[in-house]
Design a protein around this ligand. Sequence first.
Ligand SMILES: [Fe+2]
Ligand SMILES: [Fe+2]
Length: 249
Amino acid sequence: MLKSKDAKLQGLRVCLWLPAAEGGSFLFPGVLRRIDLMTVQRLFLSLEISEKQLQQLQTSSGISIHEAAWFLSRIREYHEGVFHHSCNVAWLSAQLAIKLGLTITEVYLQTLGALFHDIGKIAIPCSILDKQSRLNEQEWALVKKHPKTGIALIGDYEWARQLEPMIMLHHERFDGQGYYSVPVEKLPLSVRIIIIADAFDAMKSPRPYQKKRSTSACWDEIERCSGTQFDPELLPAFYSTISKIPGKD
Ligand SMILES: [Fe+2]
Ligand SMILES: [Fe+2]
């Protein structure tokens, strides 16, 4: 449950690059959940997926946007920063998937996998998520568990199987030096997409321990880590994706 008026209003700033949801009273959790549903709907509309296509995708994948909105509510109620980051990574991942020519079904699953890639963070104390200084060893060990925790949180749902690699492997790297040292041959394209989108938004957004960077500074860092952290083949399409981000740096 959000605690202050400011926090309630912040909940409307759905994503850095999506227009804010409009209208409504913000006094009741039910209304806020309806806004979470609108967030998911607007996310897909921004990808030019029509309502009819969205209906078909929900049926064919077995993942309803109502269910997605329910899980998004859990994230928003727990931590605003993780909520905004999740929306941003979903938008970036979806745009990149479209640029790479993936099918509409793949784009749908990509968007949802990215939306929930950090759901395991709702099991990390906010005092750690918001810590202003470097994490100690125990805190860092807890943070590193969040992909596995994410799987544990949604693993009971049959539909979630399709999203599991994106949740479990999003901290892997192209050179195999990620959280669980998974080699690149075992990283599906959906995962390699999230790895780059996740890193970009982490650099672009202000964090307790770092100032936000400009888009060009983030891009320089991504280029520097091409072939080590990121799949080099995704860089041209990602450059074109971030060029679409509206507004000033
Ligand atoms: Fe993560
Ligand atoms: Fe993330």
